[in-house]
Write a protein that binds this ligand. Structure first.
Ligand code: SOE
Length: 387
């Protein structure tokens, strides 16, 4: 029998987790949502055996081996600590906690409990990211001197767009950087093998006031049926709004322990960009570039010209070929990344963590960098990032 798993949080990402868990052979033993009624509806939709009255009940329930935490960010730490104390393994959405201290508490509890905490930095599971990583490790680029890129979205472009992440009490003091800048930094450190040692950050809140209420992640204002708590536009009255304290944009300069210099633009207000995570590593001999919206090709540049490497297992490094589950030309994407991540997380639960699986230490790393970004943006000074 497969692992018995339960998912706390049944929004966009909770459903992604549930789908991948099933495909990994797990039994979806239960779900929890924002209310018992929502949990009942989600359990029926997802075919879960149980609808828990609350996430607190789910994380300590008997008969559950692994809990997936897909709730708003402020609940990650208390739920992870409760699950670990109850002997569960945890798959915890990023950010694992609202700051580095919270992340370190989870890491300590996981070590004490001897349990796995996996963190879905899932873009590591694009096969061509592993190919890029293997080429850097083999010395093909030479020392990497410049690391640069962007992570751009537009789902929070307008003042009518809102989401629980906008609220610092629910999402944390940092929004755009903690939510997606963390992915970019994880992917670039993972691929380059380098570590950010100090950074200089500027953050901006470009939409200073937003409609109150919540809207599911990526849901467009006015598009489709209004979300349950969408702003009320039925009357003549103006939509209620609230001032925003969390950043829409983060611009970060950084240095690495391998003599590199880098920059990243993080934005959730870049019109036309949907989930455009892209990075480029420029070495003394060669460069490479990857765009997660075009994950079937890896750009490799040299002085004499550039080539495009297709996702063809026959010509990839072993760790990349392992993740190429479809023939070349049959595009792998986001769901495939999640399927591969969850399968590797469950392999770790059963004994051996496969190469490249992001664990709680990577969640601590992301929170540590995010803390440094906030500190630098406040002081507008270079901030050292501890290893
Ligand atoms: C929203 O910005 C979001 O769903 C992030 O929370 C995810 O981590 C990212 O992979 C896609 O966008």
């Amino acid at each position: 029998m497969g692992l018995r798993i339960a998912v706390a949080g049944t929004g966009f990402i909770g459903r992604v987790h549930a789908r991948s868990a099933r495909l990994a052979g797990a039994e979806l033993a239960g779900v929890a949502a924002s209310s018992p009624e929502s949990a009942e509806r989600a359990a029926a939709e997802l075919g879960a055996a149980r609808a828990f009255a609350s996430a607190d009940e789910l994380v300590t329930a008997d008969g559950i081996d692994v809990v997936h935490l897909c709730t708003p960010n402020h609940l990650h730490e208390p739920l992870a600590l409760a699950a670990l104390a109850a002997g569960k393994h945890v798959v915890c959405e990023k950010p694992v906690a609202l700051d580095g201290d919270g992340a370190r508490r989870i890491a300590a509890a996981a070590a004490d409990a001897g349990r796995v905490v996996a963190v879905p930095f899932v873009y590591r599971f694009h096969p061509l990211v592993r190919e890029a990583r293997a080429r850097v490790a083999a010395g093909e680029l030479g020392p990497v001197r410049v690391l640069h890129g962007t992570y751009l979205q537009d789902w929070l472009l307008g003042a009518d767009d809102t989401n629980w992440r906008v609220e610092p009490g629910l999402g944390g003091a940092s929004r755009a950087f903690a939510d997606i800048g963390s992915h970019w930094c994880d992917l670039v450190e993972f691929t380059s093998g380098a570590r950010i040692t100090r950074l200089l950050a500027h953050t901006a809140t470009t939409v200073s006031s937003r409609a109150t209420g919540d809207r599911p992640t990526f849901a467009a204002a006015g598009g489709g049926a209004p979300a349950p708590s969408a702003p009320d536009r039925s009357g003549a009255g103006a939509v209620a709004t609230e001032d925003v304290a969390t950043e829409d944009v983060a611009l970060v300069l950084f240095e690495t322990d391998a003599g590199g210099s880098g920059s990243v633009v993080v934005s959730q207000v870049s019109a036309g960009r949907k989930n455009r995570l892209a990075f480029e590593l420029d070495g003394t001999e060669a460069a490479l570039a990857f765009d997660q919206e075009q994950p079937e090709l890896l750009w490799v540049g040299r002085r004499e010209g550039a080539t495009l490497v297709p996702r063809d297992a026959a010509h990839l490094a072993p760790d990349a070929a392992r993740l190429a589950t479809l023939p070349a030309g049959h595009g792998q994407g986001y769901h495939d990344c999640f399927d591969l991540f969850v399968a590797d997380a469950y392999a770790a639960v059963s004994g051996v963590a496969p190469e490249g699986l992001p664990l709680v230490g990577d969640g601590v790393r992301a929170a540590t960098i995010t803390d440094a970004v906030l500190a630098s943006a406040r002081s507008l000074s270079w901030i050292e990032v501890p290893p």
